[in-house]
Design a protein around this ligand. Structure first.
Ligand SMILES: N[C@@H](CCC(=O)N[C@@H](CS)C(=O)NCC(=O)O)C(=O)O
Length: 209
């Protein structure tokens, strides 16, 4: 199992987290985003979108963190805790994966990319004008949505941590890097605390903030 990734990539970290929780060994291949390796000809052969993470599971190649989480949880978690089979819970997990790919990616993700790395990310390149305002506004709105949802529950779906939580966790916890304070979002902060207490939890740069 090969994972093309970068240490500062929260989308890569979602996959690293599930590997750790499921105790699955893998080979890490670093794609140097700061050197534009994602746009090199050899890497574009692997992912024409020029993004990490990419999973190569014995020739099954998946180019998106959500697709990878679903693949791993479906094929390597026999108890189906991380992606419940129950129709209603399965649909709810998909809803949060979509939330992560939309509101979180274009919110807290973009704010962090702009403030901490000087790029809008999302394949726009380093020449594209950088403005964190839209990402910060979307980011705050996503945190409000999450905070309200988490005010009456410990995890996003059902009674256990699922890939819904993994999909949302890294960029929400990294929000302060995009100058978005987590202070007003008590239930989000408590959820982050619970997540960090999970057995086999692993950290990434910036999560200590
Ligand atoms: N939808 C993709 C987004 C992946 C993504 O945004 N990757 C970033 C790193 S976290 C990237 O490789 N960006 C390269 C670039 O913007 O040039 C996923 O969820 O995996």
């Amino acid at each position: 199992m090969k994972l093309y990734e970068h240490p500062d990539s929260g989308n890569s970290h979602k996959v690293r987290l599930l590997f750790a929780f499921l105790d699955i060994p893998y080979d890490s291949i670093k794609v140097d985003l700061f050197e534009q390796e994602q746009n090199s000809a050899p890497f574009l052969e692997i992912n024409p979108r020029g993004e990490v993470p990419v999973l190569d599971d014995g020739g099954i190649v998946l180019r998106d963190s959500m697709a990878i989480l679903v693949h791993l949880a479906t094929n390597y978690d026999s108890k189906r805790i991380w992606l419940p089979e129950d129709t209603e819970a399965y649909g709810a997990v998909m809803e949060w994966l979509a939330f992560s790919a939309s509101w979180i990616q274009y919110g807290v993700f973009t704010a962090r990319a702009a403030v901490a790395f000087g790029t809008m990310g999302n394949g726009l390149g380093w020449d594209f004008p950088v403005d964190p305002k839209e990402g910060q506004a979307r980011g705050k709105k996503s945190l409000e949505i999450l905070d309200k949802h988490l005010s009456s529950r410990k995890w996003l779906v059902g009674s256990y941590c699922t890939i819904a939580d993994i999909a949302c966790f890294p960029y929400v916890a990294l929000a302060p890097m995009g100058d978005i304070s987590l202070e007003p979002f008590r239930f989000v902060r408590e959820w982050i605390g619970r997540f960090k207490e999970l057995p086999n939890f692993i950290t990434m740069p910036g999560l200590e903030i």
